[in-house]
Design a protein around this ligand. Structure first.
Ligand code: HEM
Length: 125
């Protein structure tokens, strides 16, 4: 088990790149990233780094609306409970493969609570 915690943006970059390698190749959720949306990866990665820097280190670098973007995504292709479970399982697996500690734990907890909010908003829209 890794002993290093997530300490800053370079660690976030490592985590997110490893997570996306898994998620884009995954048979349950990969198609959202490869078929449903035509992602501009050069733009998308820094946005994801900003998002996690904001969530984990309280840096106000992410100023977009991730909730609205997933509601739009759900209109194109329904985001179902099994998609969220798979997304979270892969995220947690990736965190555990690279980091351990308070921030790593926090990343998993925050991902789960944001996913729960997304599911509630999708169910109520
Ligand atoms: C079923 C689970 C999920 C799927 C299939 C999914 C898929 C996607 C896709 C395809 C995009 C690109 C959308 C676009 O550029 O139009 C995206 C963006 C994003 N996702 Fe997710 N997502 C999921 C859950 C989550 C969760 C739980 C989080 C946060 C913990 C998250 C955070 C983000 C962020 C920050 C962006 C960038 C939004 C922006 O452009 O500002 N996603 N997601």
């Amino acid at each position: 088990m890794p002993e290093r915690d997530i300490q800053g943006r370079p660690d976030i970059e490592k985590l997110i790149r490893a997570f996306y390698a898994k998620i884009t190749a995954d048979e349950v959720v990969g198609h959202f990233f490869t078929e449903v949306v035509d992602i501009d990866w050069e733009a998308h990665f820094p946005i994801m780094f900003d998002f996690w820097e904001s969530v984990l280190f309280h840096q106000p670098t992410y100023r977009r609306n991730a909730m609205a973007i997933h509601l739009q995504l759900n209109e194109k292709e329904p985001l179902l409970p099994e998609h969220f479970e798979r997304w979270l399982a892969l995220f947690e697996e990736t965190v555990d493969e690279h980091f351990s500690g308070e921030v790593a734990h926090n990343a998993k907890t925050r991902a789960r609570s944001i996913a729960t909010m997304m599911r509630i908003k999708i169910a109520n829209q």
